[in-house]
Design a protein around this ligand. Sequence first.
Ligand SMILES: [Zn+2]
Length: 305
Amino acid sequence: MRRFMTALLAVTLLGPAALAPADSRIKVVASIPDLADMARHIGGDLVDVSSIATGVENIHAVPMKPSFATVLNRADVLLLLGLEAEHAFLPALIEASKNPRILRDAPGYIDCSVAVDVLEVPTRIDRALGDQHPMGNPHYNLDPVSMKAAAGAIADGLARNFPEHEAEFKKNLDAYLRELDTAIARWEKEAAPLRGKKLVSYHPDLIYFAERFGMEPFGTIEIRAGVPPTPGHIADLEESMRKNKVEFVVRETYYPAGLAETVAQVTGAKLVELPGMVGGVPEAKDYISFVDYNLQTMLKAAKGS
Ligand SMILES: [Zn+2]
């Protein structure tokens, strides 16, 4: 027992970094798998990438595990969506990580929202309202064009920290953006049947997706981001959905099914279940297959109408 305690003390004093195997690759930790996938494309063989969320979670409520602080302690850089999307878990984990490289305002803190055209920026910030989107809507990862800006921020951030590899990051970024552009051109063509169609979602996380593919976000089952529905709100929503012929209710896979099902049933709308991140369903194994899954699932539902 005593030997064990001594060993434990040594680990604590040295910190996890001292125990890490010799590996010269740049350690990248992303908050979500979407950013991790992009970092793998941009960093190539130079990076060792991990993600805190697996993709099935609600971004506003990713459960914290002590192991995340250990992973963050070793990180050279941290990638995040920003706009307070990760407010529920990331600030506390950064503090627990005791890693000065990834503190907010340190060079290793790479906020991928910096070049994104943010939607729904509020005119005032008031957390008392319980709003989970105090800096504007952070769910831009559902829009591949916004994520081109995020990919650029990842390449810039990596180059800022490791300028000796800047040319390689740039070359890999260009190749990835070409791949993404090809997919975006195909998606925009395929999305034609969705244009002008209205959707209600559980949480206001579909607006970038809707805007990209010509759909109209009509309202949410939540009263506002993070504010749970009341019977009065649902009754009003159902009435205006019927009047305005809303065709789709999107239930994000990390929100409860029952109420979304009822709202769809009562109003005659189609229920569509979509993941909010890469890894949210088995088919969404990387960023391109994630956007593809969401679009093809909407198209299938539209076809059935
Ligand atoms: Zn949200």
